[in-house]
Design a protein around this ligand. Structure first.
Ligand SMILES: Nc1ncnc2c1ncn2[C@@H]1O[C@H](COP(=O)(O)OP(=O)(O)O)[C@@H](O)[C@H]1O
Ligand SMILES: [Mg+2]
Length: 223
């Protein structure tokens, strides 16, 4: 079973969009691709529709049942804050161990591939005292970095790449996801990034992209 951790330069960059696209592509190849969103905040148990776990279950072709929800998103918090803060408001303490256990449990399932969506950006707080990058490192998983074409995205992408490389967790690929209303074109962003990050697998993703074959290949998910 192969697993991939999907992280980003920041929140709302398109992690769920890209994860859902990859799930659809892999399922079309006949693979039982699964997603895990180990931690989700801003989650309303009474209205789960439209949430990341709901989107991921839909992309897996699975109904939004309590059991499926628990499997895809085991650690759910209500407040729309960083998960650690949302957990504290509920009198809970979210530890890196909690997240690693959730990931490792999902990784034990031989069906695959498994796509794990992080939260926020690569160095967003993920658990008490731990960023997403700490989780990627502890899990020893390959990763995909989702970036954008908004003004400032190149700096955010190169900064994220430097931090990931410094941690020994260089991403397998970068999905350059066209930002809504971005002032820089996808082609311009791709060219700039290619010049500053030679040798990195850069895959462009357009608004409304439906073809995730190149990205799946760049992430080594089809083998
Ligand atoms: N390439 C794209 N084409 C169309 N909509 C997109 C694209 N990328 C992201 N979106 C939309 O932008 C919003 C934020 O993306 P999302 O995947 O939820 O980001 P993240 O998971 O990183 O927070 C969502 O409504 C998503 O559907
Ligand atoms: Mg998301």
């Amino acid at each position: 079973m192969s697993a991939l951790f999907i992280t980003a330069t920041g929140t709302d960059c398109g992690k769920t969009f890209v994860t859902a696209g990859l799930l659809g592509h892999l399922r079309a190849l006949g693979l039982t691709a699964r997603a895990l969103k180990p931690v989700v905040s801003g989650f309303d148990e009474a209205a789960p529709e439209g949430s990341d776990p709901a989107e991921l279950l839909a992309a897996m072709g699975q109904p939004l049942t309590p059991q499926n929800l628990a499997a895809v998103a085991p650690l759910r918090f209500k407040a729309p804050l960083a998960a650690t803060m949302a957990a504290r408001l509920e009198g809970r303490r979210l530890t890196l161990g909690d997240i690693l256990r959730a990931c490792q449990t999902a990784m034990l399932d031989p069906r695959g591939p498994l796509l794990i969506e992080g939260a926020g950006g690569v160095m967003s707080p993920f658990a008490e005292g731990a960023t997403c990058l700490d989780a990627i490192k502890a899990l020893g998983l390959p990763s995909l970095l989702v970036s954008g074409t908004y003004l400032g995205a190149i700096s955010h992408t190169l900064t994220a790449l430097a931090a990931m490389r410094a941690a020994g967790c260089a991403p397998r690929a970068i999905a350059v996801n066209e930002s809504l209303g971005g002032s820089v074109t996808l082609a311009e962003t791709m060219a700039e990034l290619a010049a500053f990050a030679p040798g990195v697998a850069l895959t462009p993703i357009r608004r409304g992209e439906r073809d995730f074959a190149a990205l799946a290949r760049a992430c080594g998910l089809e083998g």
